[in-house]
Structures are given as structure tokens and as C-alpha cells.
Design a binder for this molecule. Structure first.
Ligand SMILES: [Zn+2]
Length: 175
């Protein structure tokens, strides 16, 4: 049975354990496909709300418009397009930055919600156009636990992963 593919599926994978949900390739969020009957509207909404730079209106099958042979000029355009194309969530380059964001949160004692802060998002977008910040639940459930695993057994942890102010012994009063 042929499945009708919406362009929005370029940005989601169906959850193999729960087909009623799809995972966003950009931020790792799990998005419901709707209650009564599945549709792509919730997915579209997620993209327009969380990833406003992504255009989901473009057609997937534009083969009819493009000739079989591509000219050097067309290849050049394609290359330029690839250079500005958003990295997938599990791209090595994305994973490296996810990890770096997790380290920053641990090192600077920042809340996970920093990834939703407008200023931080703008900064990251400017620094690397192709990178999309992960959700705070991804950081909490995956990136931070992964960091802990990395540093277990390390001679000297490069960063203090626990929130230092929660564990610091009471300081003697300053005379
Ligand atoms: Zn997303």
C-alpha cells in the first residue's frame, strides 16, 4: 500500500515502538500524530512553532520539474543548498554540539530550559545556521546521562557534573 508522503515527513521519523507518535529529526521531540485519526497537522504545527526557519510547504516530488541531467550551475546551486541545509538530529556534528550544550549546562549550572531561551537560540542559530538545539527533555534524559558515562573512570572529571551548590558543605562564617 502506497503511503501518501507529506513534505513534513522529511523532518520526522515514526516512532517504531509507538506509531501514534513521530520523532522530530531536528530536536528529538516526540510529537503525537493526533488522537482519533492520524494526520500531519500536529507535525506541521511542531515545525512551524519550534523550527520556524523550515519550509514544509515545498513538494517532495519535484522530479517532474527537474531535467535528468543537471548542469554545473545546477550542481553548484545544489552544493550551496546542502551547505545551508539543517543537520539531522543524529548527525555527528549535531551530536557534538548537543554534548557541548550539555557540558555548558553542567559547567555553568544553567537550567535545561536554557535551550528554549530566545537569546540563546538566536546566538546558536547565528553561530551555526545548520544546527538545531535539542529539547530540554533530550538533554535531561540522554545528553547529561551520557556525559556522566563518559567521565566515569576518568582520572579527573574535566567538569563538575552535579550541581555544586547542592552538595557544597556549609562554609565557615567569615570573621
Ligand atoms: Zn522539533
Amino acid at each position: 500500500m502506497a503511503t501518501k508522503r507529506s513534505a513534513v515527513w522529511e523532518h520526522f521519523d515514526i516512532n517504531p515502538c509507538d506509531e501514534s507518535h513521530a520523532t522530530c529529526k531536528h530536536c528529538g521531540s516526540s510529537v503525537s500524530r493526533g488522537a482519533a485519526s492520524w494526520s500531519t497537522s500536529t507535525l506541521m504545527k511542531h515545525i512551524s512553532r519550534c523550527h520556524p526557519c523550515i519550509d514544509t510547504s515545498k513538494k517532495l516530488n519535484s522530479d517532474a520539474d527537474s531535467p535528468g541531467i543537471s548542469s554545473p550551475r545546477q550542481q553548484e546551486i545544489k552544493c550551496a543548498f546542502d551547505r545551508s541545509r539543517a543537520w539531522e538530529f543524529n548527525d555527528q556534528r549535531s551530536l557534538r554540539l548537543h554534548r557541548s550544550v550539555a557540558e555548558m549546562i553542567a559547567l555553568d549550572d544553567q537550567p535545561f530550559s536554557i535551550v528554549q531561551n530566545k537569546g540563546f537560540r538566536r546566538l546558536m542559530h547565528l553561530a551555526e545556521l545548520r544546527y538545531t538545539l535539542p529539547s530540554d527533555s533530550y538533554l535531561r534524559q540522554t545528553a547529561i546521562p551520557d556525559l556522566r558515562t563518559c567521565y566515569v573512570g576518568a582520572e579527573r572529571a574535566p567538569i563538575q557534573l552535579s550541581r555544586p551548590h547542592l552538595h557544597r558543605p556549609p562554609q565557615p562564617p567569615v570573621a
